[in-house]
Design a protein around this ligand. Structure first.
Ligand SMILES: *Cc1c(COP(=O)(O)O)cnc(C)c1O
Length: 424
């Protein structure tokens, strides 16, 4: 089955007389008949639901669809994209460990890594994703546990060469984790290029209608944890909180994702509401149709924008003369990575702000990848905690406007851009 069919029907196969739509199991708990049945669930001896903080059937149905879309072996939904990034790393790292991350990542993930996880004793080295493999490899230390990157960085638009990062990670016995929020599996499947774990902010294109905040972690099942029993003791060695169970021995290829639920969801509890999973699934049913329209409209508008005399620059990896063009053609189906671009207005920060304030149809909101077109000024909004040097390292010039092209008629959007340009 292709991703188009999986977007619609993946993960849910109703039988005779069963609902066509995934039911919302709004229940904290699940009933059993014997004490032993319940005990077996607590020991992870049998699969099943007992308390929604760990797992819920609605969430699992939707996670199954995303698993199929990414071509993995298992997935869990989380309450936000941030929770997905946090769990993806905490499932492998503890105090004293180290992670190599691309410097071109979402601002929230950068803060999570550089500030919050660092306070918990996990150290991060940020590398330029465009650097040669040798330079990225030089950042790896004996205590490194994983390598992290973002397929298309929000907001810089930098495209990560997944195969290059996978080669470096695997040569050092490390898994590669990729945040695949912007392209979604419809336009790019990181597992096809050697990535081991995928994360998503389902908040963005997957939902696509600004209706819920959510995240997802998908396991490819490909990384051989047992080959490095000391490095990944958390997955290989007995877990004292489950009577000495080894995740690798008990769950094989599913070890990573089962530990994510059984350990992290149990203890940190970032489960999404089943109703949010239901909303997410409505978005997924049309994801394949929507994201191609987002991408195509963005290309049309990027081509128009760069011809305007008041526009200083346009950065969109879908443009044929983008420095990432070859990589984009290899890595993204259809040759356009997403519907988000960045550009600057001549005259710098102040002119960019005046331009944004003059837009009528295109709104100023802290969001991207939504049916409604929107803009944001990262230097004064999402990334305002960063110093000028950190902004530069994250690839964000002070005049940068992030523009998420929605599903409106691109000609109406061009008319709005045109009238706002005329006001400056
Ligand atoms: C939005 C976003 C996140 C964080 O997701 P939330 O649902 O807002 O927590 C992570 N990564 C990327 C690429 C994002 O765009």
């Amino acid at each position: 089955m292709t991703v188009d069919t999986l977007c619609v029907q993946g993960g849910w196969n109703p039988g005779k007389g069963e609902p066509r739509q995934v039911p919302v199991y709004s229940s904290t708990t699940f009933r059993y008949e014997t004490s032993e049945q319940m005990a077996d669930l607590f020991d992870l001896k049998v699969p099943g639901y007992f308390y929604t903080r760990l797992a819920n059937p609605t969430n699992d149905q939707v996670a199954k669809k995303i698993t199929a879309l990414e071509g993995g072996v298992g997935a869990i939904l989380t309450s936000s994209g941030q929770a997905a990034s946090t769990f993806a790393v905490l499932n492998l790292c503890q105090a004293g460990d180290h992670v190599v991350s691309s410097a071109q990542i979402y601002g929230g993930t950068f803060n999570l890594f550089a500030v919050s996880l660092k306070k918990l004793g996990i150290d991060f080295t940020f590398v330029d994703p465009d650097a040669p493999a040798k330079e990225i490899a030089a950042a790896i230390r004996p205590n490194t546990k994983c390598v992290f990157g973002e397929t298309v960085a929000n907001p810089s638009g930098v495209v990560l060469d997944i195969a290059k990062f996978a080669r470096v990670a695997h040569a050092h016995g490390l898994p590669l984790i990729i945040d695949n929020t912007f392209p979604t599996p419809v336009l790019c499947r990181p597992f096809d290029f050697g990535c081991d774990i995928v994360t998503h902010a389902t908040t963005k294109y997957m939902d696509g209608h600004s209706s819920q905040v959510g995240g997802c972690i998908v396991d490819s099942g490909n990384f051989d944890w047992a080959k490095y029993p000391d490095r990944f003791a958390g997955l290989v060695a007995p877990d004292a909180s489950y009577h000495g169970l080894s995740y690798v021995k008990a769950f094989g290829k599913m070890a990573y994702i089962v530990k994510c639920t059984a350990h992290l969801m149990r203890d940190f509890g970032s489960i999404p509401s089943p109703f949010n999973a239901f909303l997410l699934n409505l978005g997924l049913e049309s994801l394949h149709v929507r994201i191609r329209r987002h991408a195509q409209s963005a290309l049309t508008i990027a081509k128009w924008l760069r011809k305007q005399p008041k526009v200083a620059w346009v950065n969109f990896a879908g443009l044929p003369d983008s420095p990432y063009h070859r990589l984009v053609r290899k890595q993204f189906k259809g040759g356009i990575p997403c519907g988000v671009m960045t550009f600057g207005i001549k005259g710098g920060r102040a002119k960019s702000i005046k331009f944004m304030d003059s837009l009528k149809l295109i709104g100023i909101v802290t969001h991207v990848a939504d049916a409604w077109s929107c803009v944001l000024h990262p230097a004064s909004h999402t990334h305002r905690q960063l110093t000028d040097a950190q902004l530069k390292a994250a690839g964000i010039p002070p005049d940068l406007i992030r523009f998420s092209v929605g599903l409106e008629d691109p000609q109406d959007l061009i008319a709005d851009l045109k009238q706002a340009l005329a006001k400056i």
